[in-house]
Design a binder for this molecule. Structure first.
Ligand SMILES: Cc1cc2nc3c(=O)[nH]c(=O)nc-3n(C[C@H](O)[C@H](O)[C@H](O)COP(=O)(O)OP(=O)(O)OC[C@H]3O[C@@H](n4cnc5c(N)ncnc54)[C@H](O)[C@@H]3O)c2cc1C
Length: 408
């Protein structure tokens, strides 16, 4: 073990992107990648989309095993870090192995939120976070088709809705139950939430919002039914899509500051400067002074680049524009920027009836754009937000005016 080792804890997007950035800088030989999962870092977004729909689709690794070997990166799979000794600068793995570090990077992501009332071992209750979940869910969905069963999705967030759309495409009957008064309530504008609601209903999914769940009936390790709005609703298979919680247990146990994520500065340093945190598990400061935690591939990738710079002795504060995408059947949503608490919203029509962009402005500046089946408008929106130029709402709304011309 070299004295300047960088130990990366986690085998997801952020860890993979950090390996790539460090390898590009010729630093692969310093790196240990330690993952709880038994496969190399892979693309997570397809797990709720194409992977579920295509029986022959395989998990797509970011890089092959040979690449890690060529870069000198030592990979430890199926061997989670169980504790961190910050004084000795050493981590302990479940196997009993110990790794000393000069720098430690926590890229531990999130775990699925669950409910106390639902026993985690119930045979017909599922979550979807990783490849193992997706494989078992795909098998189960195909068995359900043969049996003519209905899938119930509890929670109308991105993963639940993507999964619902995939299951519908497979021909399953699907019910989505959301306790909040609208879908995607924490992530998108009310107007977009309404559009998404109508889209899922048009696909034949039964979507209920604002529901009251009073209890669960369990029998012999299965969920038999739920009380929804006072009625007993039988359950064949249920997926919990009620969000994720940041995986901060290691950080908290070794005394690092944690506040809805591992608290980091703009260069991704945790409260101990020998430790960094990136991706879904990191709570970072924005230029506006607010602390944020984002769950997106963009955030994982860009924070990995910031962390690489920090590890290589360069100060490059994280200021990337947040953006995100989601595919729900034939609908592709793309969001750029952050939705302000109060905004002037204008809609720009897209190329057809199923495509448009909602622009959210504050004091004449574009802060957020939500595009539906309008990838070019999404790309231009990112440029307009980054440019920070004063914009005329009427021009944004007029599809005959190219967005590019507004940059000038
Ligand atoms: C089904 C699904 C679909 C998604 N679709 C989209 C999408 O369309 N667009 C988008 O932008 N984002 C999407 N996301 C979110 C995106 O995948 C995440 O934001 C991204 O993976 C975050 O990367 P990360 O490396 O921070 O965390 P993760 O990719 O979650 O990786 C965390 C890793 O840390 C490991 N780990 C945790 N604890 C330990 C430990 N103690 N020791 C060792 N390893 C540990 C975990 O096993 C895991 O491998 C989706 C996520 C899911 C689950």
């Amino acid at each position: 073990m070299s004295a300047d080792a960088i130990v990366i804890v986690g085998g997801g997007h952020a860890a993979a992107a950090l390996c790539a950035a460090l390898a590009e800088a010729g630093q692969g030989g310093r790196v240990h990648l330690v993952s709880a999962e038994h496969e190399l870092p892979y693309q997570r977004p397809p797990l709720s989309k194409s992977f579920l729909k295509k029986a022959d689709e395989t998990i797509a690794p970011h890089k092959a095993a040979a690449w890690y070997a060529e870069q000198g990166i030592q990979v430890h799979l199926s061997d989670p870090v169980v504790s961190i000794d910050r004084l000795a600068r050493r981590v302990l793995l479940r196997s009993g192995a110990q790794l000393a570090y000069q720098h430690l990077v926590l890229a531990t992501g999130t775990r699925a939120r669950t409910l106390d009332a639902l026993h985690p071992d119930l045979s017909n209750v599922h979550v979807l976070r990783d490849a193992a979940h997706a494989r078992s869910l795909r098998t189960r969905l195909n068995e359900m088709i043969a049996r003519g069963q209905r899938l119930t999705v509890l929670g109308g967030g991105f993963i639940g809705l993507e999964l619902a759309a995939s299951a519908r495409k497979l021909g399953l009957d699907v019910t989505v139950l959301e306790v909040a008064p609208r879908l995607l309530g924490r992530s998108v504008s009310a107007s977009l939430g309404e559009h998404v609601f109508a889209h899922h209903r048009s696909m034949g999914t039964e979507v209920q919002i604002g529901v009251r769940i009073d209890g669960f009936e369990l029998q012999e390790g299965r969920l038999l039914s739920m009380q929804v709005n006072g009625n007993r609703v039988a359950v064949d298979e249920l997926v919990l899509g009620i969000g994720a919680v940041p995986e901060t247990r290691l950080a908290a146990d070794c005394g690092l500051a944690v506040d809805n994520g591992i608290v980091v500065d703009a260069c991704m340093r945790a409260s101990d400067p020998a430790v960094l945190a990136i991706g879904d598990c990191a709570a970072f400061p924005t230029a506006g002074g607010v602390r944020l935690r984002l769950e997106s591939v963009q955030n994982a990738n860009d924070q990995a680049r910031t962390a690489a710079a920090t590890l290589l002795g360069r100060e490059e504060p994280y200021r990337a524009l947040p953006w995100f995408w989601s595919e729900q059947g034939p609908m592709r949503l793309q969001m750029a920027g952050l939705l302000p608490p109060s905004a002037q919203t204008v809609q720009r029509a897209g190329a057809n009836d199923h495509s448009f962009t909602l622009f959210h402005l504050h004091e004449g500046r574009l802060l957020c754009a939500e595009s539906v089946n309008a990838p070019l408008d999404h790309m231009m929106s990112r440029k307009l937000i980054e440019a920070g130029v004063a914009l005329n709402a009427a021009s944004l709304a007029d599809p005959s005016i190219p967005l590019k011309s507004l940059l000038a």
